[in-house]
Design a protein around this ligand. Structure first.
Ligand code: GLC
Length: 420
């Protein structure tokens, strides 16, 4: 990063450590959900103590995935040479790689053999790795073990318990705001019904009868008051607060919420909840959406080698293990799930976590994912807020997504260049 820009960047940045005053500066806007910023800062300080010639500058970014995406696109569209390191959502890599914004990582000879294959696939573009998996997110169903004897074994059991619940305010809470989180909620319901957004051949099937059933479940739960109307503007944190304050029987959220809600001083439900995958409806299977973060290098970075060293350090098994222990975030390295190196760190036993990750449902891997998701967000939200029936909303979404894929040359008939 050249100095004048560095200074502008530093204005909004959380400078991290003292390090080399005139050495190499690497900028890194990382996410700060829950306790993420604190842990990242302490890991980067350790890195700078080992490599005093490199100074890493952190910058806070918005929590909401879509807002982070907009900010990144602004920077990269302007061909800015910073930030040097990019924290990518699992769904962004094809878009950023196809736009030429990320550096192919082959020159650093990354060893990917330990990573879950699905995480390597989602971070590759035209056969080349563009980002290193940092942590895996899987959508989990949190349930109050002090109020229920066991986890629901089917979606019907979940809905039944949630609608009969009178001891707490809400039966079920999830992210219903019009943003990326809503798509992950829907993707999980689709999985539970054996439905999908695109089929294996890349055809749009989001208007299938099972997909309509999946959306009806979400809409009916709102109409019946099982899910509060307020959830239509909730993201991850509002949902966590409702559950953490003891107001909900079930919650859908990512693993980061687990250690935060186990802190007795902070949480009314510490020791009184457990997690599982969303249970299946007839014809589907237990379902978890695949999410998570990856680290990539800005193709315009002036310091790609230093950026790579930071990435290699942060994705080393030691840092990943610490991230799991402190933040409850699941490592993408398979070797960490063997033996007892993660025992007690995750919300579920490591062997079970590994299974959930291996069966998690990915969102479509396409360079036009952001547009596709934007279309879906609008129609899903219209259906949930009662402006459209689920059937009409999904017909509308499918129509627009088909047009989008055709316009971009990515329709099923001309699939070249779709997934890597
Ligand atoms: C989490 C997931 C990410 C997802 C986002 C939606 O950050 O890791 O993949 O897109 O939540 O809100």
């Amino acid at each position: 990063m050249r100095l004048p820009r560095a200074l502008v960047f530093l204005g909004a940045a959380l400078a991290c450590g003292s390090g080399a005053p005139e050495g190499i500066v690497v900028s890194f806007p990382g996410s700060a959900l829950g306790a993420e910023a604190e842990l990242l800062q302490s890991q980067l300080e350790r890195f700078m103590a080992l490599q005093p010639e490199i100074r890493v500058v952190q910058q806070r970014t918005p929590d909401a995935a879509d807002q982070r995406h907009r900010l990144y696109v602004q920077w990269l569209n302007a061909w800015a040479d910073d930030p040097d390191i990019l924290q990518l959502d699992v769904i962004w890599t094809p878009e950023f790689a196809a736009a030429g914004w990320t550096l192919p990582l082959k020159r650093f000879e990354p060893d990917t053999s330990d990573f879950f294959p699905a995480t390597v696939a989602t971070n590759s573009w035209r056969g080349e790795l563009h980002a290193v998996p940092w942590f895996v997110d899987v959508g989990l169903l949190y349930w109050r073990s002090d109020l229920l004897g066991r986890a629901p074994r089917s979606l019907d059991e979940l809905l039944d318990a949630a609608s009969r619940e009178r001891r707490v305010r809400h039966g079920w809470v999830w992210q219903g705001a019009r943003y990326e989180g809503l798509v992950t909620v829907f993707v999980e319901l689709l999985g539970a019904f054996g439905a999908a957004i695109l089929d294996d051949a890349g055809r749009v099937v989001v208007d299938s009868p099972q997909a309509v059933r999946a959306l009806e479940v979400l809409r009916n739960a709102l109409d019946a008051g099982v899910v509060p109307r307020d959830a239509l503007s909730w993201q991850e944190e509002q949902t966590r607060f409702a559950f953490q304050n003891g107001h909900a029987l079930f919650m859908r959220n990512w693993p980061y919420a687990y250690p935060l809600m186990q802190q007795p001083g902070e949480s009314a439900v510490a020791g009184r909840f457990r997690v599982t995958a969303l249970p299946a409806a007839p014809g589907g299977r237990p379902s978890a959406a695949l999410g998570g973060s990856q680290l990539a290098i800005n193709a315009r970075s002036d310091e790609p080698d230093a950026a790579w060293q930071v990435i290699a350090f942060l994705t080393h098994p030691d840092q990943m293990r610490e991230r799991a222990e402190r933040l409850g975030q699941y490592p993408p390295r398979r070797s960490l799930y063997a033996g007892d190196s993660l025992a007690g760190a995750l919300a579920i036993p490591p062997a079970e976590a590994r299974q959930v990750i291996e069966h998690a449902v990915a969102r479509p891997a396409t360079p036009v994912y952001t547009e596709l998701s934007g279309v879906l967000q609008i129609w899903l939200h219209r259906a949930l807020s009662g402006q459209e029936s689920p059937e009409d909303a999904l017909a509308g979404a499918a129509r627009e997504i088909r047009k989008l894929l055709k316009r971009s040359g990515l329709a099923a008939e001309t699939r070249d260049g779709m997934a890597p």
